[in-house]
Design a protein around this ligand. Sequence first.
Ligand code: GLN
Length: 287
Amino acid sequence: MTLREVIAQAEQRAQLLSQKHGELQYVVATSKGWSCSDLLLRLDQPAETGTQAFVEHAAQQLADGYPAEYLTGYAAFCDIVVRVREGVLVPRPETENLVQMAGDFIIEQDRPSPIALDLCSGSGAIALALAARLPQVAVVGLELDAVSVSCSRESALDVGLSERVRFIQGNVLAAWSLALADFRSRTDVIVSNPPYVREQRLLPAHESSPLEPVRALYGGVSGMVFYRRIIAQARDWLRPGGLLLLEIDDGMERGILDLCERYGLQGGRWLPDLRGLPRYAEARRAE
Ligand code: GLN
């Protein structure tokens, strides 16, 4: 059988939805170390032994809701690739903007040895992509989940950034002075994409990717649990003029900007994602 026939048969047996066919091709190409164009060139050649079993298994896993990134073990994010596996949230494309915004701020400020904190760092994608973009910055990621912390440390080694990017296992909802004492009043940018899905939206979010950790998504009934803590503490951890940058969900922008004001941060504003929905919020500590 040709590779094309093997793939078509696997798609059919697993009843893989047509919108996931591209993911199957991506998983097959990656498992063989091919680019997607290498795959296209090989589609009409006979499939190698063992390929059929692999393709059928992958098709079944995708049909069961596994993200393609769990099958390859890697996710592309900004200019880097990070490790992911079951238990670790796959970084989303809209989160790349946080790296852009944090990087732009650091460049514009042009201060020596800037420090960034990534709270709820998950796979470590934000922290690592920021350090990859800016050779002068040191980044610390704080993450509760042990599997995510291991994954992010492995990625730091993969991309050669383990000297400048450190991941600490700890709870952003607990006392920061334990895990983050060294950074009080010294941080140039606090960036965070915490769990923010509110109760009402949790079921659809979970159903669209049932194997990803709910704990990485759920932000309490209102979705605000993590923001409350982060915003309340941010001023004490930022240096004067430092920036807090958050990924948010639409409908939360007013509540978040009010909290920023209440906790002494200035210039709060939200920014939209590509669909025009409020997706990012920022505020600063006064100079
Ligand atoms: N945007 C993510 C999702 O819907 C949610 C990420 C988060 O809670 N931080 O899957």
